[in-house]
Design a protein around this ligand. Structure first.
Ligand SMILES: Nc1ncnc2c1ncn2[C@@H]1O[C@H](COP(=O)(O)OP(=O)(O)O)[C@@H](O)[C@H]1O
Ligand SMILES: [Mg+2]
Length: 257
């Protein structure tokens, strides 16, 4: 079941997902090689979140296959699925931080799956882990804010804490579901640049859903566009005209020309 020789970190083949009889992903073919930054774009309801959830086994496909880091989530026991998820970082639109805790403690919580007991307070974590957490906060530009409560940080800072929390688990793949949808343009650029830099430095593949076409083009190596559950465009970002992506957002069947 686990084929670590597969150079692709992610491979969907003919993958289909339906909810209550309605197909929301239709025969998706998508292979992501190691280190690639993929922007997943498309209108609301296109199936972006569902696709990301299939990758980490939060949903199982109704047809076709999913291989994530060489493993098939559908064939995993719950223990194997936990192990697989520990290798896949997930960044959410709403950050998912504990507001009353410090940035550092939130980052440490990213490593909880590797620890035997629950922890209460920064000093109860092993020293090596504390150092690793501070290093990751430094990489996202927030070492000085490590003792600050997360609910006093800006949205962009909170999302960078969430990225550091993901990094502390040493992910081999990062999935980000509209990580900048609640941020202003400047903070959005900073968060995406941070993700992009880390992807390049660590060779971690990133699949990031976005609805800003300009950000997808300026950040990603490759842009995959979904519409109504189907891939309608899959191309290198370099040289891809914005107009081709805009067309994806125009409603199907609005051929008034
Ligand atoms: N758990 C679910 N149960 C039923 N329908 C769902 C569920 N999750 C998503 N959907 C439906 O699947 C479609 C795709 O949703 P989603 O993947 O969230 O799209 P996106 O992230 O691109 O906005 C939508 O029509 C949505 O209503
Ligand atoms: Mg979504």
């Amino acid at each position: 079941m686990n084929d670590t020789r597969d150079a692709a970190v992610l491979r969907l083949a003919g993958t289909t997902k339906a909810f209550a009889g309605t197909t929301v992903l239709d025969r998706i073919d998508l292979t992501v090689p190691e280190g690639e930054f993929v922007a997943l774009v498309g209108p609301s309801g296109a199936g972006k979140s569902t696709l990301l959830r299939l990758v980490n086994g939060m949903h199982l496909p109704d047809g076709g296959t999913v291989r994530t880091l060489g493993a098939d989530p559908a064939g995993c026991s719950s223990r194997e699925l936990r192990a697989l998820r520990a290798r896949v970082g997930f960044v959410f639109q709403q950050f998912g931080l504990v507001g009353r805790l410090s940035a550092l403690e939130n980052v440490l919580m990213g490593a909880l799956a590797t620890l035997r007991w629950p922890r209460y307070g920064v000093m109860t974590y092993p020293r090596a882990l504390r150092e690793r957490a501070v290093r990751q906060l430094d990489r996202v530009g927030l070492a000085d804010q490590r003792f600050q409560r997360c609910d006093t940080l800006s949205g962009g800072q909170q999302q960078r804490v969430a990225v550091a929390r993901t990094l502390v688990q040493r992910p081999e793949l990062i999935l980000a579901d509209e990580p900048v949808a609640s941020l202003d343009p400047a903070a959005s650029v900073l968060v995406l640049d941070t993700l992009k830099r880390i992807s390049a430095e660590d060779g971690i593949s990133v699949v990031c859903s976005l609805h800003q076409i300009d950000l997808a083009l300026s950040t990603a190596d490759r842009v995959v566009a979904l519409r109504s559950g189907r891939i309608v465009l899959d191309e290198a970002a370099a040289g891809l005209p914005e107009s081709r992506l805009r067309a994806v957002y125009e409603t199907a069947g609005s051929a008034h020309d």
